[in-house]
Design a protein around this ligand. Structure first.
Ligand code: SAH
Ligand code: SF4
Ligand code: F3S
Length: 452
């Protein structure tokens, strides 16, 4: 669970008549982005509250990628219920992917919820609150549109650290990997027009943002539905030529659509950082086929080789699912072998979780939960060793790091390869790019000191 802690917005004068909103965000970076957009839409009426206790509005922005997330939502709602009993004027909204999936059903289980808004429905939030103010109850908005829904909102950033920001460039997904709920809850793939993306980046850069991550479920297929004839490499070139001094990142890239011209961007565009998240999911071709991933392991390895030839410093991360239906010990061994062969900097490993309505949930050869757990532990154990060895290659080197946040002389910076570096220094260095000497590699982070 991630809670966004916003400050009072600098451009607004808080007054005693302001209402308080508490936002709780589960799930991926897209949800973090959507939570920020909701707060920006409410900025003329609400300030952020960091606890639910004194809030006038509580928004829970949900994720349904794995089963646990729904359980978390229901237990959270159970904890919030007494607040509503104490204060009937409190409004509670459930938004995001679980909201989309459950719609009205959510209101049956939790009738004290005032509104249920899917990922496209969140843009009607101010209107919904107005309707609730006029006495309406139990509002549900789960329509998914075939056009890009995110409006360009010119509003101050509200996070305490303004150094990094996300920009959504696409919505939805058309890939229908057999395990995945995203195409059902986020709708069809649509790309955001280039001028909107540039306008949003412009506003972020003006506010001091120095590191921008472009978001989409499959950024490599950016532009497919746009009349403008711009593909993803062309978008990267356009952004970098307007803002050559920012750090530019993007996620997620689908291996089947990773083109040579995108690989070349890592050497041709200095703004593009040397990091790629390229989810492989499994090491056995049989499993990849059943997952409907549309690449085989040989072509994945070939793309990694090309990436490393083009950009020797590139850091690579991936997602792995263990215990997908039908995965045998031999198939699983191929995943372990792949991790040893590629040596990712970091992985995000998940136990397969059946999602309602997906093709894989109907497969009859589900792997026992115990086996899924054991496999996950094995993958994590192996990667912990590889990840640390990979990080050790930076020891005793000087690296260009952007200081992102910190307090009390403890600073956190980031390398271009997306590694976190802990160091000592004063808070006024936040936002500065410094040369940092890497003293030690730890699990999942580096320890360094500023070079004079
Ligand atoms: N669009 C991205 C990933 C979106 S979801 C991509 O295609 O890579 C993030 C990750 O969650 C996925 O990469 C996958 O590893 C994991 N995931 C998705 N559905 C899952 C499920 N049903 N069970 C377990 N993990 C899942
Ligand atoms: Fe899910 Fe596959 Fe789409 Fe990623 S590409 S969001 S894993 S369906
Ligand atoms: Fe979760 Fe929806 Fe993101 S299901 S991972 S919040 S797209």
């Amino acid at each position: 669970m991630k809670q966004l802690l916003f400050e009072n917005q600098a451009s607004c004068q808080p007054s005693s008549t302001w209402k308080r909103c508490h936002i709780i965000t589960f799930g991926c970076q897209m949800n973090e982005y959507d939570s920020l957009k909701m707060m920006q839409m409410l900025r003329h009426e609400y300030i952020l509250s960091d606890t639910p206790e004194n809030a006038d509005l509580i928004l829970i922005n949900t994720c349904s990628i794995r089963e646990k997330a729904e359980h978390k939502l229901y237990s959270l709602l159970g904890r919030l219920r007494p607040l509503k009993q104490k204060n009937p004027a409190l409004r509670i909204g459930v938004t995001g992917c679980v909201a989309q999936q459950l719609g009205k059903k959510l209101l049956h289980r939790a009738p004290f919820v005032d509104m249920v808004l899917g990922p496209h429905g969140i843009y009607s939030l101010p209107n919904m609150l107005e309707r609730i103010g006029c006495g309406e109850t139990a509002l549900v908005e789960t329509k998914l549109y075939h056009s890009f829904q995110i409006p360009y909102i010119k509003a101050p950033l509200t996070e305490s650290s303004n150094v990094r920001a996300f920009v959504t460039i696409m919505q939805g997904c058309d890939n229908f990997c057999t395990y995945c709920i995203v195409p059902f809850v986020r709708g069809r793939e649509t790309s955001r027009p280039v001028n909107q993306i540039l306008a949003e980046i412009d506003s972020l850069v003006e506010q001091g943002v120095k590191d921008i991550t472009l978001l989409g479920q499959n950024v490599n297929s950016y532009g497919r539905n746009l009349a403008e004839g711009v593909n993803f490499p062309a978008l990267l070139h356009a952004i970098a030529s307007s803002y050559p001094n920012i750090r530019l990142r993007f996620t997620t890239s689908h291996p089947k659509d990773l083109s040579d011209s995108l690989i070349e961007c890592f050497s041709r565009i200095p703004a593009v950082c040397e990091h790629l998240h390229l989810p492989v999911q499994a090491g056995a071709n049989r499993i990849l086929k059943r997952m409907n991933r549309k690449y085989d392991i040989e072509s994945y390895i070939e793309k990694v080789q090309k990436l490393r030839e083009t950009c020797p410093d590139i850091s690579l991360t991936t997602d792995i699912i263990v215990g997908f239906p039908g995965e045998t010990d031999e198939d699983f061994q191929e995943t372990l072998d792949l991790l040893k062969k590629i040596r990712f900097d970091q992985i995000f490993a998940f136990r397969y979780s059946e999602r309602p309505g997906t093709a894989a949930a109907r497969f009859t050869d589900q792997v026992p939960e115990e086996t899924r757990k054991k496999r996950l532990a094995k993958v994590i154990e192996l990667q912990n060793r590889i990840g640390l060895e990979q990080l050790k290659r930076y020891e005793n080197k000087v690296m260009e790091c952007l200081v992102e946040n910190g307090s009390g002389m403890k600073l956190q910076a980031r390398t271009r390869g997306n590694h976190v570096v802990n160091l000592t220094g004063s808070e006024h260095l936040i936002g500065r790019t410094l040369n940092i000497y890497i003293e030690k590699a730890c699990h999942h982070s580096l320890k360094g000191r500023i070079v004079n």
